[in-house]
Design a protein around this ligand. Structure first.
Ligand code: PMP
Length: 431
């Protein structure tokens, strides 16, 4: 049998790891900031290194399910959000990043032959883990739904600078699933559904209505839900992030996956947590013990200090959590402007720090006609302008051939203003 890696020779990870490092390209591929962490996060870390708190024990093992200081503040923060009393030892499990959280949850619940519903395209980690434990991914499509304006596809203009960018130039498309298709994928073998909102790679935010449809099917078929919400703080106004665990009947059957790396812009720390009901968390703990046993204490302490600050400042519009959506929105708009200059029309992003651009009508010299259009474009952009973006077909496990699905590229906008400006200058010089 193929291992997940064998069946995907061109992995996103390889592409992300190698391309930008091998060239001096501007790296819009990877989902991490190219700048220093926020001040309160790095100073929390520094205070531990300098042992300012005079507590050398934070360099030793801590509790298996999570360092108490971190588990406490996580329970407090998410308890407020989910309007539920969370027990730091029974409802929280600290993990080595969200991927490890996904690993613990999926491995503890899925037995060989169990089916797991995944919306496609998807973050590749989902199917890698499901396949590794003998589960069977069952895919539901996220289709692009164009409104009338987009069907006419009026020429791009950047003339009226007073209007808000999103309303003026971007495709007002959404990615949606077909309810009938989703219904048809639930069977006696379905164990789990994985929901990811805000969505990577499509920058989609699932609406309450969409999440309700999913939750009704989960309760009807007694199916559990893994809700990957690593981009929960990155939602474009006026949209709101909704946790599926907050919908009727869903707390009992949902494991919410979070990432300190994404929340606090320290992806290299590889720290995260799962939140869920006692019985599901207890199961996940078995895989946690079988995999890493305990997570790095100093990183947990530092994240705890930073989250305590966020909790105290939760009503302050300038707190990190409250200012993050504004910063991302500004960067997303700037990146959209750049691709508009190239003659491309980005799709209106709803959340995360990605923007998706449809390149199907874009003319450029094609080197390898055997490749899908998104790869051809990404290779052309890299070679011509030294700007790296990701082809969205990388996020598909099974082919879903149509002109649009093969023509989307994902751009990570959470980069220094300087990086974005460098890209702008390159594209201006070229065009
Ligand atoms: N889930 C999704 C949807 C992601 O996009 C990513 C990272 N790109 C992760 C999980 C990984 O998070 P972490 O680094 O905390 O493991």
């Amino acid at each position: 049998e193929d291992s997940p890696t064998d069946s995907h020779p061109i992995s996103i990870w390889n592409y992300q790891d190698s391309t930008p490092a091998d060239t001096d390209a501007i790296n819009f591929t990877t989902g991490f900031p190219d700048f220093s962490p926020p001040k309160h996060v790095s100073s929390a870390f520094k205070s531990l290194v300098n042992n300012e708190n005079n507590n050398s024990l934070i360099h030793q093992y801590t509790k298996q399910t999570g360092h108490p200081r971190l588990a406490n503040i996580v329970a407090k923060l998410y308890g407020t959000e989910l309007k539920r009393d969370l027990n730091p030892e029974r409802n929280v499990l600290v993990t080595a990043g969200a991927v490890h959280g996904l690993f613990c949850c999926i491995f503890s619940l899925v037995r060989p032959g169990d089916e797991v519903i995944i919306f496609q395209p998807a973050f590749k980690g989902f199917s890698y883990i499901v396949n590794s434990c003998g589960g069977v991914p069952v895919y539901v499509k996220l289709n692009i739904v164009e409104d009338d304006k987009c069907k006419n596809d009026t020429p791009v203009t950047t003339s009226d600078a007073n209007q808000k960018l999103n309303d003026r130039d971007l495709h007002t498309t959404r990615f949606e699933f077909d309810e009938e298709e989703l219904k048809s994928k639930f069977s006696a073998k379905t164990k789990l559904i994985i929901v990811n909102t805000p969505h990577n790679p499509l920058a989609k935010v699932f609406t309450t209505d969409e999440l309700s449809k999913i939750s009704q099917l989960c309760t009807k078929h007694d199916v559990l839900c893994i809700s990957d919400e690593v981009y929960e703080r990155m939602v474009q106004e006026p949209l709101k992030h909704v946790s599926i665990a907050s919908l009727p009947g869903m707390w009992e059957r949902t494991l919410k996956i979070c990432s300190a790396g994404k929340l606090l812009s320290v992806t290299g720390w590889k720290l995260g947590w799962c939140i869920g009901p006692d019985d599901l968390i207890r199961k996940a703990v078995t895989m946690h013990i079988a995999s890493v046993h305990r997570i790095a204490t100093p990183l947990q302490e530092a994240v705890a200090i930073a989250l305590e600050g966020e909790y105290t400042g939760r009503e302050d519009p300038n707190s990190y959590f409250n200012s993050l959506p504004r910063e991302i929105s500004t960067k997303v708009d700037q990146v959209c402007e750049i691709f508009l200059k190239l003659g491309l029309k980005p799709l209106k992003p709803e959340g995360s720090y990605y923007v998706v651009v449809n390149v199907s009508n874009f003319d450029f010299p094609v080197k390898d006609s055997s490749q899908t259009k998104d790869f051809q474009f990404a290779n052309w952009l890299l070679n011509e302008m030294k700007i790296a973006v990701l082809p969205v077909t990388m996020f598909y496990d099974i082919e879903d051939r149509n002109e649009i699905n093969e023509s989307l590229v994902r751009i990570c906008c959470f980069k220094r203003y300087e990086t974005i400006d460098r890209a702008r200058r390159i594209i201006e010089d070229w065009s």
